[in-house]
Design a protein around this ligand. Sequence first.
Ligand code: SF4
Length: 106
Amino acid sequence: MTDLAAPSEWQLLPGLDAPQRPDYVDTTGWSVGRKRTLRHQQDIARGIHPLTKKPLLGTGQTCVDCASAREDHGFWKCILFSTSRSETSDLRVGWPACTLFKERQP
Ligand code: SF4
């Protein structure tokens, strides 16, 4: 998996140091989970949903209000994205909703 927080994806010119992204954080020594959390926070700050990579809806609604959010053995998943058992597909119900949002019916 590419570490989005690292500047390695930047094209380097000979003799010049790598430019650092404004939101660059040195994650040396961090756990995989902590790096993933940082990427999620950076996505949300950029207006992108961490799981679907769609733009955020911007209405104040969160994934828990969406009909596509499902709880499976204590873990929340978005059925439009993935229902695998992998941690990487876990949904945080407090995340702001993406543009695929559909109101949950009672
Ligand atoms: S808002 Fe709905 S469709 Fe979008 S990620 Fe959350 S649960 Fe999935």
